[in-house]
Design a protein around this ligand. Structure first.
Ligand SMILES: C[S@@+](CC[C@H](N)C(=O)[O-])C[C@H]1O[C@@H](n2cnc3c(N)ncnc32)[C@H](O)[C@@H]1O
Length: 202
């Protein structure tokens, strides 16, 4: 990621005429989105999964459209947010490149701890890119921790995992736990607006 103005760079990279619907405080950080978009345009993944829908879904779906391949599956716990994202996809002609699954949070046990995390149905296999920007951190401690242990069997070798808000204490602990529990997992931290951690599975 090499831009002083990530949002403008992203807009140009995606060759979109109209401004993307960015929401302060809720949309994924713009430098995070640019990094994931650059990765997807270079690597052309067939299967992308994201935790939480919104602007990120539009960006990733547009990458698939430009690549002429790949599909985004987005897990969204808010029914109205899921519907809003579907409408935005439709308005941009991106319906064929993403599906937004309404996935309410439900209690799940992970390594002896209980978390509210997305209901898992219709999960794709061989996911090559996983973008983690939900569930919201205020809901519980280590809210995004379950993503790796619960999805591990769906991730392809070499899968890239992008964790937004990685500068927060909670996400730093999640990073420490993931690295501890997954031998061979590569990690690098990027000093972005909200911090970004990138993991690569062996
Ligand atoms: C950090 S936001 C997700 C952002 C998404 N990845 C994007 O780039 O737009 C995490 C969750 O917050 C919820 N959310 C999104 N916008 C919201 C808003 N304006 N107010 C309250 N909750 C919101 C949705 O359920 C969403 O999945």
């Amino acid at each position: 990621m090499s831009s002083e103005y990530p949002y403008a760079t992203l807009q140009a990279l995606l060759q979109l005429e109209n401004p993307l619907p960015w929401t302060e405080h809720w949309s994924a950080a713009e430098d995070f989105l640019l990094l994931v978009a650059e990765h997807c345009l270079e690597q052309q993944p067939a299967s992308i999964l994201e935790c939480s829908s919104g602007l990120s879904t539009l960006v990733l779906a547009r990458c698939c459209q430009l690549n002429g391949k790949g599909k985004v599956t987005s897990l969204e716990n808010g029914e109205t947010f899921a519907q809003a994202t579907r409408e935005n996809l439709s308005a941009l002609g991106l319906n064929d490149h993403a599906q937004v699954l309404y996935a309410p949070l439900e209690p799940q046990e992970v390594n002896g701890r209980r978390f509210d995390w997305y209901q898992r149905q219709q999960m794709p296999q061989q996911i090559e890119v996983l973008a983690v920007d939900g569930p919201p951190g205020f809901l519980q401690q280590h809210s995004r921790y379950p993503a790796l242990p619960l999805l591990r069997d769906h991730l392809a070798p070499g899968c890239h995992i992008f964790l937004d808000d990685a500068g927060r204490e909670d996400e730093k602990e999640i990073t420490r736990l993931w690295c501890l529990e997954n031998p061979g997992l590569k990690h690098r931290y990027l000093d972005y607006e909200r911090g970004c951690s990138v993991f690569v599975l062996p």
